[in-house]
Design a protein around this ligand. Structure first.
Ligand code: SF4
Length: 332
């Protein structure tokens, strides 16, 4: 859905708060925060029409630092809060932020069922493979056999593949960013906000305090040198620079299946080469709001947020009998 440009002249600083930020020095969270602020500013999203929901974890503090509406919710529960807000007011631009433990551990049920609905939201996962806020335990994205400095023994769980999980759950925009490449991440976030449907961005976000393996230097390949040039060989590369096409143009003729295979293949690349960029975009599938509109024809004109909930005398004006009668008529 297109966003109307606000008449008010806003600057980037208008999207920042002066709340003290106590993330560790060098944390990848800073780059994600900056990317979110810049994306909102460059799209000129009116601040009263933007809201950020977070779960629990270091990332959970993000809404405190962005000068739009912000709700710091419960561990793993940010998605259902956000879905409720968006469905009540389909004019809101809703962003959800959370860590990999929050979204893919305790919140994984909501992660999957949100994909089935395809509500128009943007979900950003800060992926550092550890639970930073609680001293670096292994999170669902830490690979099998890895031993970060915070673990006494190597990890004996296998890792979740966030990109593949988002795809099979039904997310219609799937991307990966890198927190130290703010310009690139900001562009991905802008496209995700403008996407019609549920967007997911997996952000590789080094935690310099507890994850001493997937560090900034590791992502930039400083531990290996190109024998020809004598320079480090970065692990991260951009999909768009290799001619990758994420868009689904047609739901028939086997195109969707081909795109799914392409996404799964790319999602498995890790180690020597790690792709970032947009993996998948499908605007052919209806959003949840459109599905509601098919049942309640005036949903967009008269969403819950515009409806009166009480009479002038302050009494509830909910008429359950009338509501049930309406539902049975509409649903046949
Ligand atoms: Fe960032 Fe890790 Fe510190 Fe949390 S513990 S603020 S993720 S560096």
């Amino acid at each position: 859905m297109a966003i109307k440009i606000d008449e008010i002249k806003l600057t980037l600083n208008d999207y920042k708060t002066d709340v003290h930020n106590d993330w560790c020095p060098g944390c990848g969270d800073f780059g994600i925060l900056q990317s979110v602020q810049m994306a909102l500013f460059e799209l000129r999203v009116p601040r009263h029409k933007a809201v950020i929901f977070s779960g629990i974890g270091c990332s959970g503090k993000t809404p405190h630092f962005v000068n739009v509406y912000g709700i710091h919710t419960l561990h793993g529960r940010a998605l259902p809060f956000a879905i409720g807000a968006r469905l009540a007011n389909p004019e809101l631009n809703v962003i959800i932020v959370g860590g990999d433990g929050d979204g893919l551990g305790i919140g994984v049920g909501h992660f999957v069922s949100s994909g089935r609905r395809n509500v128009n939201l943007t979900y950003i996962v800060y992926n550092n493979a550890v639970y930073g806020l609680t001293k670096g335990q292994a999170s669902p994205t830490l690979k099998l056999g890895m031993k970060t400095k915070s673990l006494p023994k190597p990890n004996i769980n296998d890792a979740v593949n966030p990109i593949a999980l988002a795809l099979v759950s039904g997310y219609t925009f799937i991307a990966r960013g890198y927190s130290y490449d703010v310009k690139h991440l900001k562009e991905i976030i802008k496209k995700a906000i403008l996407h019609k449907g549920l967007s997911f961005i997996d952000v590789l976000q080094p935690c310099p305090t507890y994850n001493d393996i997937n560090t900034k230097d590791w992502y930039m390949g400083k531990d290996r040198v190109d024998p020809k040039t004598g320079k480090p060989m970065p692990r991260i590369y951009k999909l768009e620079e290799e001619g990758y096409d994420p868009y689904v143009y047609n739901l028939d003729d086997g195109e969707l299946e081909k795109k799914w295979i392409q996404v799964i293949e790319k999602s498995l690349e890790w180690g020597d080469r790690i792709p970032v960029g947009i993996f998948y975009v499908n605007e052919m599938t209806s959003s949840y709001e459109e599905r509601i509109r098919d049942v309640i024809s005036d949903y967009f004109e008269n969403p819950p947020v515009k409806q009166r909930i009480s009479t002038d005398g302050g009494l509830s004006n909910v008429n359950l009998e009338r509501m049930l009668a309406e539902f049975s008529t509409r649903l046949g």
